[in-house]
Design a protein around this ligand. Structure first.
Ligand code: DHK
Length: 154
C-alpha cells in the first residue's frame, strides 16, 4: 500500500472526483440519477474508505481546467482516484490525458447505466485507462469503486 512520505505509515488517501452537474444530484433527472445528493455520495465514500483504513478527499467541479489541476496535484499525494467524469466522459481527451499523470489506479463510476442510454454516452475517453468501470448502480457504485481500489492498492 503506498504510504504518505510525511508519516511513512498512513496510507495515502483516496481521491474522489465528481464532474459537471453532479452538484445537483437529488434534483437533476431523479428518474435517471436517483434522489441521493452529492453530500450522500461523499458521506458513503468517506464511511467506506474509513472502514478500509483510508482517508478520502472529495471534490466536485463544473470547470474542466479546475478538475485537471486537481488531478495534476494528485500525483504523489493519493493512492488512487475514483472519478465520475459525468459529461466529460464522452468529450474530453484532456481529462483522459490528465488521468495518466498521477500514475495511480483509476476507477470510473457512472450512476446510470450509460449503455442503456443515448449512443453518445456509450463512448468513454476515460475507460481505456481505467482499472475498473462501474455503471448503473446509483451511488452504491462509489462504494464498490472504493472497495476495488482498496484491493488494488492494498
Ligand atoms: C453522469 C452524467 O452527468 C452524464 O453526462 C453521463 C453520468 C452519465 C452518470 O450516470 O453518472 O453520461
Amino acid at each position: 500500500m503506498p504510504t504518505d512520505p510525511a508519516t511513512d505509515s498512513a496510507p495515502l488517501p483516496i481521491l474522489l472526483l465528481n464532474g459537471p452537474n453532479l452538484n445537483t444530484l437529488g434534483v437533476r433527472e431523479p428518474d435517471i440519477y436517483g434522489t441521493d445528493t452529492l453530500a450522500d455520495v461523499v458521506d458513503l465514500a468517506e464511511r467506506t474508505a474509513a472502514e478500509l483504513g483510508f482517508g478520502l478527499r472529495a471534490a466536485q467541479t463544473n470547470h474542466e481546467g479546475e478538475m485537471i489541476d486537481w488531478i495534476h496535484e494528485a500525483r504523489g499525494a493519493v493512492c488512487g482516484i475514483v472519478i465520475n467524469p459525468a459529461g466529460w466522459t464522452h468529450t474530453s481527451v484532456a481529462l483522459a490525458d490528465a488521468l495518466l499523470i498521477p500514475e495511480v489506479p483509476i476507477m470510473e463510476v457512472h450512476l446510470s447505466n450509460v449503455h442503456k442510454r443515448e449512443a453518445f454516452r456509450q463512448h468513454s475517453y476515460i475507460s481505456p485507462n481505467a482499472s475498473g468501470i462501474i455503471v448503473g448502480y446509483g451511488i452504491r457504485g462509489y462504494e464498490f469503486a472504493i472497495r476495488r481500489l482498496a484491493e488494488l492498492v492494498g
